[in-house]
Design a protein around this ligand. Sequence first.
Ligand code: NAP
Ligand code: BGC
Ligand code: ZN
Length: 355
Amino acid sequence: MKAIAVEPGAGDPTVIEKPIPEPAAGEALVRTLRVGVDGTDHEVIRGAHGELPDGSDRLVLGHEAVGVVEDPNGTNFEEGDVVVPTVRRPPNGTNEFFERGEPDMAPEGAYLERGIVGEHGFMAEYFTSPAETLVSIPRDLEPLGFLVEPISITEKALEHAQAARSTVHWEPESAIVLGNGSLGLVTLAMFEKVLEIDRTYCLGKRDRPDPSIELIEDLGATYVDSRETPVSEIPDVHEPMDLVYEATGYARHPFETVEALAPNGVGALVGVPDDWSFEIDGGKLHRELVLHNKALVGTVNSHRGHFEAAVDTLSSVPEWVTDDLVTGVYDLENFDRAFEQDESVIKTAVEFDTL
Ligand code: NAP
Ligand code: BGC
Ligand code: ZN
């Protein structure tokens, strides 16, 4: 079978040949339909994030997959079930995080991530996966099933942000997403169309005309250009934010977020930065956090429950939003177009097969 693999930091992904995998006991064999591409894939390709599997010089990419069960292999699935796989797997047998159903809380060394950290991903014509890592989705959601994983990331981030305020009354009326990449925009759509937050904003650094700015405004949100309005100045130029969702990976943003937050506000951080040293006024930030009950929550990955919530969320995002968000789905012959990064691109996927 064909798979899309990369030698991290050493060039573009290529198509390679691999044997069709044999499902072990408890695993199903899945025929891959579509696999999405996100900022993490680009970080893996340039060698900034992730790890090769032991003994491999290339990594099969892909962690945002949707597929169809080809061989249930004695699991409770039926041939033809449409499924989305979760991303983390235990490195050796299992461990307490996986046993508790909280793989997303496992520390480094206690997990592998398919397509990212130490285990091949889903960008192959077939993959196998343990039954408990496969989440069924309705057949009519299949074309967009590759959005379930990124939405699950935000389901977790919002759960953790909410949990930081679970002992008090907290209903965000103003919220900003930092970042107009695919994760930022899908999250903005959730803020507008699912959470129905009164006033929403999205930060970018692009000139108009730009498809992401059009989508931001069509969603009813306000575009904020970070070149004109640094995050710390958002309260003066716009308003203080009850909720900030950081999805750029720009390392100054978490600190500026403390200033952008309204009293009692929460900042959820998902962007992954490179190393970068710079000066901040630590005293001011510390004081803001304490005297105004502000919280910052870092969050990575997601568990099965977040995937299940994401399936419901995906079905309530209007079709015009996903039509504008998904700017390209490419077959294996044109797979390289799914990895292009010009400003016309928002979200892409590689199509391996159809239902
Ligand atoms: P992406 O496509 O690279 O999006 C990042 C966006 O942020 C880009 O559109 C970029 O704008 C914008 N940006 C960067 N610096 C900015 C600044 N200073 N001001 C305004 N906008 C800025 O990546 P993604 O797939 O949406 O993911 C977003 C981030 O979340 C990445 O860091 C990724 O690694 C991380 N992530 C984390 C998790 C998790 O579990 N924690 C899961 C998925 C992704 P331009 O395009 O104009 O450069
Ligand atoms: C993936 C997560 C993963 C994270 C860190 C994200 O792009 O969606 O599942 O935990 O990267 O590797
Ligand atoms: Zn991802």
